[in-house]
Design a protein around this ligand. Structure first.
Ligand code: NAG
Ligand code: NAG
Ligand code: NAG
Length: 387
């Protein structure tokens, strides 16, 4: 099972990722419990008990519960009871109001925005609450070890491939881009184990496109997805992190886009995240001393995880088509901006391309009057030039 995601990544001393997450698990109906080898019934019972305790701690009490058509359960949790406020430094606090984002070249796309499945029917969380995707027993079992749940594999392993653009050696106080949303197809696997599930943190167990955030304060040693550990304070009641996104773009058909912004509020030092015109929340500077600085480097692009170390993966990145195919066929980022040291949005100077294996996944950029700074990225993975 492989995984593909477009990312916007700000490299401080720490990392903040904002990603759309596409995953593939051909064995989604399999109950991981059934084929696990346990020493004894006792061991299984003990594991289930541990998981029940962990779930109780992870899932906060809901004032309303919404059943999403994709099977997810969305809990509307009082804003001051969200996981971030479990942190000793934030205990007793309430979420801040969103500050005003620096004005400038930032522009919201005029496509209809992709939305989340759980709210399609018109269901919503009440004022004073935020939607949190409920973590299930299955999620924890898939994550193998519950103590590692929500954390990501260290970088630097050769099972990842990137096709991206980046700027480095700068002083950046924000980054934004608009991207079209796809649901790439992944490789099927006949072998499945919980340990491999951990190597590829596919804790959702399906192949929908999801919106998630990930951060780490120490270069991937410890980090978290979404609200799974204290670190991100969500302020928005319309978007559930980790929930599925719909609709997605189709080849030669309608293109669906989202715009993402990550930027620093200089007054508080908090880094805020915006999705379209919605402020989602922030990483508090009191928890991340490194976030007090500017970002030195920003990445935009695609990433895939491949569990076959020896040969190319047939997991698609983005639409699964190469940049040369262009609009409606390849995936793209456009309206790429950074906030510079003068605290204004500018098109990034000296954008560089990076692709691990251009014959498998590539990137190709440009600048024009309607899209500003943009690039196409992605590819099919395994093909005759990428054996
Ligand atoms: C266990 O896995 C094997 C293949 O490894 C499969 O044929 C069998 O159906 C599985 N058993 C259950 C109960 O899922
Ligand atoms: C976006 O808006 C501009 C100006 O109104 C228009 O020319 C363009 O066709 C629109 N693009 C899309 C994809 O709707
Ligand atoms: C919820 O908040 C919005 C925005 O502040 C307000 O317009 C709306 O009336 C509130 N709804 C309820 C039920 O209080």
């Amino acid at each position: 099972m492989d995984l593909s995601s477009p990312i916007i990544c700000l490299l401080l001393h720490s990392l903040v990722f904002v990603s759309l997450f596409y995953c593939n698990n051909s064995l989604e109906t399999r109950n991981p419990l059934v084929n696990q080898t346990f020493q004894s019934e006792d061991e299984l019972l003990k594991l289930k008990e541990t998981i029940a305790i962990r779930l109780k701690k992870l899932n906060k009490p809901a004032v309303k519960t919404i059943q999403s058509p994709d099977g997810d359960i969305i809990d509307c949790v009082l804003t001051h009871q969200q996981p971030a406020f479990d942190h000793p430094l934030l205990k007793g606090q309430k979420p801040m109001d969103p500050p005003e984002m620096p004005k400038g070249n930032n522009r919201i796309n005029n496509f209809s925005e992709s939305i989340q499945l759980w709210s399609l029917s018109g269901e919503s969380c009440p004022n004073g609450t935020i939607p949190i995707r409920r973590i299930t027993e299955q999620d924890l079992l898939r994550a193998n070890s519950d103590s590692r749940f929500g954390k990501k594999l260290p970088v630097g392993s050769n099972d990842r491939q990137y096709a991206l653009q980046f700027v480095e050696d700068g002083e950046f106080y924000g980054a934004q881009a608009t991207m079209n949303v796809w649901n790439p197809q992944g490789e099927s696997k006949s072998v499945f184990s919980l340990a491999q599930m951990w190597v590829h943190p596919n804790f959702y167990g399906d192949r929908r496109t999801r919106f998630f955030i990930y951060w780490t304060a120490d270069a991937y040693q410890h980090g978290c997805y979404n609200l799974k550990c204290p670190g991100f304070v969500q302020t928005n009641k319309a978007i559930a992190l980790g929930a599925a996104i719909s609709p997605v773009s189709t080849y030669n058909g309608n293109q669906f886009e989202i715009s993402l912004f990550v930027w620093k509020d200089v007054k508080t030092g908090n880094w805020w995240l915006r999705y379209g015109d919605k402020d989602l929340g922030y990483w508090p500077s009191s928890l991340f001393t490194n976030l007090k600085n500017a970002a030195a480097r920003v990445h935009w692009g695609g990433e895939i995880f491949n569990e076959q170390y020896e040969q190319a993966s047939s997991t698609q990145m983005g639409s699964g088509h190469f940049p040369e195919e262009g609009y409606k066929k390849a995936s793209y980022f456009n309206h790429i901006y950074v906030i510079d040291s003068k605290r204004v949005w500018v098109q990034p100077p000296k954008l560089k391309n990076y692709a691990d294996s251009p014959n498998c996944y590539n990137v190709k950029g440009g600048v024009d009057s309607s899209w500003g700074t943009y690039f196409y990225y992605g590819g099919p993975g395994k093909n005759k030039n990428c054996p």
